[in-house]
Design a protein around this ligand. Structure first.
Ligand SMILES: *Cc1c(COP(=O)(O)O)cnc(C)c1O
Length: 381
């Protein structure tokens, strides 16, 4: 038996996609699966998403695109939003992988290879609208449009896109609106020159919900599909604008381990490395074979919570490389081999993950993306 297991709930994912499809009725959903599907595990996650009818996946790099291509046997569209190794461009184009084009360097690169292979590349032109990350600035467009117009047979114009600088916070309201306006203006310049993109897409999770007009023809949904909100503001905005009381999303991931050992500690003794935890009563403690090398963050030392036999208990002392310790003094019946919930629910109690961690008992979702690939993933109902 492995030291810990990650379970992924198919019914929770189905719930999330049913909800999302209702929000984005006339808009295609691209499922963003970069960073090992936000730590959930790319392989099981792709299978689950395909079973929910998803047929467009977005990744960050060509390495990730290769993995998706190898895993999914059904015909789906794959889109690279960021890094492409030079050596991979040929593979990308010959496998009809879609990709963002955000600078002249990439235009030259893809044209060279498309011409050589005689295969038109499937490109998405990314526009700089105010984030100042990747994308063509308006002053670069004449040159770009000229080059594209001269090479029309060497690409399919799959899309035109941009990315917003912080749609999860109301503080960026004006900036986002300016970006939307700019996007529309720049899009028109392509149309005027008879370069007609098949789709327009701009929205990540937060933009898609909080600024519905950013939905256009496709939305790039990451965090929401896994059952998390991009921010408290997005969550509250959604609830109040739709007059609903409870969270429509379900977290699909749960992470569990078991008790490896139990022992007693006397008042006045320190627990684990160093002096960070001093027993102030006679205690019963449980060792759990999960530590920071398995993704349980060290900053949860003396802070984290786990669920054992239906009770929420505290993590005490430093989180070790491969072990953590829980205070089980208050649990009468506790045995080696009992289940330990690190993330997820048992009965009415849960340990949640959130991108916003002001609330106690919530872990940061940075923790998700750091869950090691080695932890076995199991798909459950
Ligand atoms: C990661 C990413 C997304 C998805 O963001 P979420 O907030 O998780 O929905 C969308 N677009 C781009 C360009 C991204 O890099």
């Amino acid at each position: 038996m492995p030291a810990s297991v990650i379970e992924l709930s198919q019914s929770a994912l189905q719930n999330n996609f049913t909800f999302l499809k209702k929000q984005f009725e006339n808009t295609r959903i691209s499922s963003v699966v970069k960073a090992n599907a936000y730590g959930h595990g790319l392989e099981p996650y792709l299978k689950m998403a395909v079973d929910c009818g998803i047929d467009h996946f977005s990744v960050f790099s060509s390495d990730e695109a290769k993995k998706v291509k190898n895993i999914v046997k059904q015909p789906v569209d794959i889109m690279i939003m960021g890094w492409i190794n030079d050596e991979d461009m040929e593979w990308v184009i010959s496998n009809q992988i879609e990709f963002f084009v955000f600078n002249n360097d990439r235009v030259d690169k893809f044209l060279e290879i498309s011409k050589r292979l005689g295969i038109p590349a499937k490109i998405h032109i990314e526009l700089e609208t105010g984030m100042n990350r990747t994308g063509f600035h308006s002053r670069e467009l004449n040159r770009l449009i000229k080059k594209l117009s001269e090479n029309k047979q060497h690409f399919q114009f799959k899309g035109i896109c941009t990315h917003f600088a912080g749609a999860e916070s109301i503080a960026n309201y004006k900036r986002i609106h300016d970006q939307i306006k700019k996007f529309k203006v720049l899009h028109k310049r392509f149309l005027k020159n008879l370069l007609i993109p098949k789709t327009r897409h701009t929205a990540c999770s937060a933009a898609a919900l909080s600024y519905p007009k950013t939905q256009f023809d496709m939305v790039r949904i990451g965090i929401l599909q896994y059952g998390f909100w991009p921010s408290v503001e997005t969550y509250i905005h959604f609830l109040t604008h739709n007059n609903i009381q409870s969270d429509p999303l379900k977290q699909i991931l749960s992470w569990t381990s078991v008790i490896m050992s139990i022992k007693k500690v006397k008042t006045g003794e320190f627990v684990s490395y160093g002096t960070s935890y001093l027993a102030q009563k006679d205690m019963k403690i449980a060792l759990i074979p999960v530590g920071y090398s398995q993704g349980y963050a060290r900053n949860l030392s003396n802070q984290g919570r786990v669920i054992i036999n239906g009770q929420r208990v505290g993590v005490i002392g430093m989180v070790n490389m491969n072990m953590l310790i829980a205070d089980v003094t208050t649990i009468d019946k506790v045995n080696i081999g009992d289940k330990v919930v690190l993330i997820g629910a048992q009965g009415d109690i849960s340990i949640n993950v959130s991108s916003f961690t002001e609330m106690s008992d919530q872990l940061n979702y940075e923790l998700l993306t750091r869950l090691p690939v080695e932890i076995p993933r199991v798909i459950t109902k």
